[in-house]
Design a binder for this molecule. Structure first.
Ligand SMILES: C[S@@+](CC[C@H](N)C(=O)[O-])C[C@H]1O[C@@H](n2cnc3c(N)ncnc32)[C@H](O)[C@@H]1O
Length: 233
């Protein structure tokens, strides 16, 4: 991966004016998209893997890319079970050495995987969203996690949620959406990784001289925050 990386270019001058409306909608209307078979199968396999480690607190590395962060988190938290999830088979297949016994990489769509995890009662102790795709054009708000209908599910899983991005506005919008949905206040703060990069994107952005931003928040496990489909309690 080249060390140079261009800073985010956006046509937004501040938080998206439609953000609050989209968050309200996600809190009021259930996400009806059917769960894809391949993610259902991947989730079942991950559940079996986790059942063999039932005594360990769970860490989710959502959008793990090539899985370096999953490996590093597994080394940093050897008594936890760490699951890295990404939809890109290409990224997941890159050889970054053997996985520690307490780490698993899963190919799945997070929009489905998160919903299955919540329905199965998973309660991650830690949940990482490391450098999600920014979708910086205003027209793409609904593809950012804070503008996506799955947003309430991410929060409802609970645990210590950590978002990192090279786009300050992404983290600020996430904080606004979080407060709207939960009443909990969290701030975007500057993140200086030193030499201990958790992910390839973090290393690349830092090497390009870009500022990094993060938000860390402790969330309760709150499945009731997600609107139920009719016929479900
Ligand atoms: C910008 S990359 C960051 C990867 C890694 N976290 C890092 O920092 O190096 C964003 C990753 O999120 C993944 N992704 C985006 N949307 C996803 C989805 N709906 N389900 C699963 N993975 C997704 C992409 O495949 C990509 O690998």
């Amino acid at each position: 991966m080249p060390a140079s990386s261009r800073a985010i270019v956006t046509n937004q001058s501040g938080p998206h004016q439609d953000l609050a409306r989209r968050v309200s909608r996600a809190l009021e209307h259930p996400l009806r998209k059917p769960v894809a078979d391949h993610t259902r199968e991947a989730f079942a396999a991950a559940s079996r893997w986790l059942a063999d480690r039932a005594d360990r607190p769970l860490i989710l590395d959502a959008g793990c890319g090539v899985g370096l962060s999953t490996r590093r988190l597994a080394e940093r938290f050897p008594d936890h079970a760490v699951i890295g999830i990404d939809r890109s088979a290409d990224r997941l297949s890159r050889d970054h050495g053997a996985l520690p016994d307490n780490a698993l990489l899963v190919r799945a769509d997070l929009v489905d995987f998160w919903r299955l995890a919540l329905a199965a009662g998973w309660r991650p102790a830690r949940h990482y969203l490391l450098y999600p795709n920014p979708y910086p054009k205003a027209a793409h708000l609904k593809m950012r996690w804070q503008g996506h209908p799955v947003f309430p599910v991410i929060l409802a899983l609970g645990g210590r949620l950590e978002l990192r991005s090279n786009w300050r506005l992404y983290v600020e919008e996430f904080a606004l959406a979080l407060t709207q949905a939960t009443g909990i206040v969290a701030e975007a703060s500057r993140y200086r990784p030193g030499d201990a990069f958790l992910t390839p994107f973090e290393a690349k952005y830092h090497a390009s001289g870009q500022a990094l931003w993060r938000l860390v928040v402790e969330l309760p496990h709150a499945p009731d925050r997600v609107p139920a489909l009719q016929g479900e309690s």
